[in-house]
Design a binder for this molecule. Sequence first.
Ligand code: GLC
Length: 544
Amino acid sequence: MKNLWYKDAIIYSLDVETFMDVNGNGIGDFIGLTKRLNHLAGLGVTCLWLLPFYPSPNRDNGYDIMDYYNVDPRLGTLGDFVEFMHQARDRGIRLIIDLVVNHTSNQHPWFQSARSDKNSKYRDYYVWTDNPPKDAQDKVAFPGVQESIWEYDEQAGAYYLHRFYKEQPDLNTANPEVREEIRKIMGFWLELGVSGFRIDAAPFLIEPLGMENAKREELHNLLSDMREFVSERRGDGVLLAEANVSPDQIPLYFGDGDRMNMLFNFLLNQYIFLALAREQAAPIIEGLKTLPDTPHTGQWVNFLRHHDELTLDGLTKDEQQEIFAAFAPDETMQIYGHGIRRRLAPMLGGDRHRLELAYSLLFSLPGTPLLRYGDEIGMGDDLSLEGRTSVRTPMQWSNTQNGGFSTAPQDALTRPVISEGEYGYQQVNATTEQRDPNSLLNWMERVIRIRQQCPELGRGKWCILETDEPSVFAHCCEWEGNTVLTVHNLAKQPCTVTLKLKDFKPKHLMELFANRQYEPFDGNSSSIEVDAYGYRWFRSDSVL
Ligand code: GLC
């Protein structure tokens, strides 16, 4: 039997730097994270994804790495990491870490050697040219803040490729020695107990840009190599790729089940926001139908927001404008032309009903759900901070100084804690919400608990139920003889909707979860009542 633990996982992503500071220097650390593991275990998280925590000059929030085999001294030591791993494992929490090998920092010793010595073996670790192509501007990842993807290096006397900031030279993944380095890095962290890796910028890892001599097939095979290596070293090890690509490209990443185990569901993510903006179910249905089939071992990771901008690049300009108008009307809320740099709670106007609806959707959609730190308490954003930093402020633990994140003086904090307005730590924090039985935090614990009782959602076959109400999204997931049925009303008007149950004749339908107590619906009649922004979850259990 294959170990498909990730299909039942509740993933939570966080950045050690902004989670909890124990030594009082204003920067989160591994000791702080370890102390907060009980919060995560209590919430029901089963797998953490840690953003890069390696030594880095921090040009790109740690995604510019100087040393793959260490912990950034600002965050702790390797010893602290191992202690954290041990404590996480004791609570049944697994760990996935970011593997950023599309590029290194320009401060990495490999690049230092490559640029200063043409004969260095590291020269061929990077991608060089004497004549950069003219269309280099079109391909920048950060329009407006990055001018080109080729940078002239005086010392090297040549241009190097950088898909992201110029401080992040791209590695030459066609070079077998670079591939060997990638394996070694994975082997190191697997040995320390991680359950897998989030593959950063996967499409750029395997693109032939600047490596025209490399065979496309061989580049793509990097994904199979990585998977083979991980599986050999750790049978239940997984790879989760960041690949925001069109549906026809997806099979490249899953392979025949011999490449990535999981992909972030960028496609569905954008359609969910379109559906929320229009208050209509059709975009979610379209999004789901656009997804290609996955192999048995393949899984989608569904999310609403993460640490980057909410990218809408898969939608038309008009659709993007609809979403901007609904959730990010001010230009300061937008970024890179097609992105939004806001957290979910402020996007939805702090409306608790809409927030519950959005998260209920997230947890019920087929796949594995991903939550981001601070989502559980409804944290806001700080638009006065530059770029994507707006959604990367410290976790708000309590209503004490600096939101309980750190005892350092305010001006020594790695980033300011949100301390004003509706989303200030005085109101929005874990401790206050824990005391309040009606808080978002307590609701989130409940939805996660219910989700964990419904393995059908992570593992089953899904189908969409037709309804006579455009604002209602109804779907069910079936696995091993049981079915979960959920109904979501995306509109601000309540409704009574008729579900076209067709062949679906649920037996012993039990209501598991809803935005309030409704009159029972047992599946015998097909009309069902749902509040404005309401939701209802049912499960038919053959064992009952
Ligand atoms: C990924 C990360 C993003 C980073 C980029 C470059 O897209 O999510 O934060 O800037 O890779 O490493």
